[in-house]
Design a protein around this ligand. Structure first.
Ligand code: ZN
Length: 204
């Protein structure tokens, strides 16, 4: 299943898939034998998604995508680590995916945990605290005066932008941008509506 999509076409495909999902159109997870045979020859996903592990934010479902279409890295809080960066680089370099989406979501528990550490001094269990520690630097400058729900929403967006910036500011990210083939965008999944809101890269 070679797609030969540009980054913009790939983005459009995600947007249209998410619109089908929002309309409640049926999405079959069944796969024809011919498709399996074709996929056995190799994978050509049209987008890489770095998303949260949250069970309500499964990329293939919310983008109405099929087997072999999305290269997905999922980790609580959609945080970057060496392993995650390696997976993203693999998708770009070897699978030539033209689009990378860092996908955060409303009501993210990992971000909530980070806020609890920030404002209530909560110390999480050992490994969870490590996760939280990797989120905290991106929340610097968060408006502490906001009501809790708005503060969480702002933190979720800041975390996505932070991850995206870290990827783009890496030597690998800069090389990709210089090449001009790959686009990196941030997005927030709205839990109640099912809508994926893509972030404007030009606003901070
Ligand atoms: Zn989450």
């Amino acid at each position: 299943m070679n797609h030969n999509l540009t980054a913009d076409e790939a983005l459009q495909r995600l947007i249209e898939g998410n619109q089908r999902f929002q309309r409640g159109e049926p999405h079959s997870s069944g796969v024809a034998r011919e498709t399996l045979a074709e996929l056995a020859h190799g994978q050509h996903p049209f987008a890489t998604i770095l998303g949260c592990s949250d069970s309500r934010v499964a990329p293939e479902t919310i983008f109405h995508a099929g087997l072999g279409e999305l290269f997905v890295v999922r980790v609580a809080g959609n945080v970057l680590s060496a392993e995650v960066a390696g997976s993203i680089q693999y998708a770009g370099a070897h699978l030539q995916t033209p689009l990378l989406v860092v996908l955060g979501h409303e009501g993210c528990g990992a971000i909530q945990a980070a806020l609890a550490t920030m404002y209530q001094g909560v110390h999480q269990r050992s490994r969870i605290q490590l996760l939280v520690d990797s989120i905290l630097p991106g929340l610097e400058g968060l408006d502490a005066g906001l009501p809790p729900a708005a503060r969480l929403a702002q933190a979720v967006e800041m975390n996505v932008r932070w991850t995206l910036r870290t990827i783009l500011d890496s030597p690998e990210g800069r090389a990709l941008q210089a090449e001009g083939r790959v686009k990196c965008v941030g997005a927030i999944y709205e839990i109640e509506t099912g809508r994926v809101r893509f972030l404007n890269p030009n606003t901070p």
